[in-house]
Design a binder for this molecule. Structure first.
Ligand code: FAD
Length: 383
């Protein structure tokens, strides 16, 4: 919840209605199943079709392709509601796949994939990282060799969000192994299920985000049509990734601020209810000062984020400012959530307490979609 009296300037009645719809779906269909999702390390496949049926997927994709026809504001309220509810659900990665297709796909590719993604029938995953190539994406080893009307894919990917349920992959491959660096990299859009030679490893055991499927993917002579290539020619993949990662970085910023705000709300409630030395924790000056600092920082984060969202919607947010947002907002989130864990005392360390899950779930925000160190390098390149 933002500071009293403050309203994000990008909200309007339509966006508020979508927020209500998203909240109802998440509270009724997602929250009650969290324990089971955490145990099975993935959401139910039906959660995706329910999300699609309710209109909270691809909210910012044009209606002609089955999307909601909205802007990033629509995307943002869905992400905020997921964060408030503490439900990890890979809908922003799913959206990112759609935005790759929207930006670089042919008309036929858009019509083939986007409506099914909007309905939640195809779950999207971004398959870039490999065991030996995370930050250094140019070092990927997965290859796609052209063979007539097909590509033959060999290699493996790791850390792939939505990997278990993925029905459509945005897959980074080397199409030209003779060329070192970015020019040999292309993106393929692949429907991998049932393809001979494709295998999904079991969901990885993470310290947080237990309800999300994060998997290894294996490709052993997997044949896909040459029409899977994204864009007019091979070798464009790296620049496509660089252009579109801003979308995911801003989405992480949205989740970071919503999480920080929610951490302040639930901690304020806790310190009012819990007593020590005969009085509520809020009566200790340290508690009040720490929460005052957290609330102030969360509000500063909110105002910066809102400015970024407005500029993004207007097509004016550059990749340097997006990198600043992802790095600073997630660092800020982790500082606030950690302080809130401390104010919960031992209960902040119990998995059944939402603040503890926020702590483990938020930590990865500083790591994926470009580590905060890599983003500082990017920001520094503008100095
Ligand atoms: C839960 C989770 C979900 C993920 N989801 C996806 C996904 O859906 N798709 C996908 O493709 N990937 C995904 N990833 C992978 C993620 O993007 C990578 O983990 C991340 O990019 C970092 O790469 P790495 O793990 O190989 O770390 P490394 O690249 O080995 O980095 C290790 C450390 O070295 C630092 N470092 C590296 N290079 C530099 C440099 N030049 N200057 C300064 N410091 C540097 C890093 O900042 C980091 O602190 C996910 C990861 C996790 C944990």
């Amino acid at each position: 919840m933002a500071a009293a009296g403050y309203q994000s300037p990008w909200t309007n009645d339509e966006v508020r209605m979508l927020r209500t719809t998203a909240r109802q779906l998440i509270q009724q269909e997602f929250v009650p199943h969290q324990a089971r999702w955490r145990e099975q390390h993935r959401p139910d496949a039906e959660a995706w079709t329910k999300a699609g049926g309710t209109g909270i997927l691809l909210t910012d994709v044009p209606k002609e392709y089955g999307g909601g026809g909205g802007t990033f504001a629509h995307q943002a309220v869905v992400l905020e509601e997921l964060a408030h509810a503490g439900v990890p659900f890979g809908s922003s990665i799913h959206s990112l796949v759609a935005h790759f297709i929207l930006a670089y796909g042919s008309e036929a590719q858009k019509r083939t994939w986007l409506p099914r993604m909007a309905r939640g029938e195809l779950v999207g995953a971004i398959a870039m990282s490999e065991p030996a190539a995370g930050s250094d994406l140019q070092g990927i080893k997965t290859t796609a060799r052209r063979d007539g009307d097909h590509y033959v894919i060999n290699g493996s990917k790791t850390f792939i969000t939505n990997g278990w349920l993925a029905g459509i992959l945005c897959l980074a491959v080397k199409t030209d192994v003779r060329v070192a660096g970015p020019r040999g990299i292309s993106l393929l859009i692949v429907e991998p299920k049932d393809l001979p030679g494709y295998r999904v490893g079991r969901p990885l055991e993470k310290v947080g985000l237990h309800a999300q499927d994060t998997c290894e993917l294996f490709f052993d002579d997997v044949r896909v049509p040459a029409a899977s290539l994204l864009g007019p020619a091979e070798g464009r993949g790296f620049s496509q990734i660089m252009e579109k990662m801003s979308y995911e970085r801003l989405a992480i910023g949205v989740a970071a601020v919503a999480t920080a705000e929610q951490a302040v709300v639930i901690t304020t409630r806790h310190v009012n209810e819990r007593t020590a030395f005969g009085k509520p924790l809020i009566d200790f000056q340290n508690t009040r000062f720490k929460l005052a600092e957290c609330k102030t920082e969360a509000h500063i984060a909110r105002v910066f984020l809102d400015n970024c969202i407005e500029r993004f919607i207007a097509g004016q947010l550059g990749d340097i400012t997006t990198a600043m947002a992802k790095y600073w907002l997630t660092d800020c989130e982790c500082r606030i959530v950690d302080e809130c864990v401390q104010l919960h005392g031992g209960y902040g360390y119990l998995a059944e307490y939402p603040i503890a899950r926020m702590w483990t779930d938020s930590r990865v925000h500083r790591i994926y979609a470009g580590t905060n160190e890599i983003l500082k390098e990017l920001i520094a390149s503008s100095l």
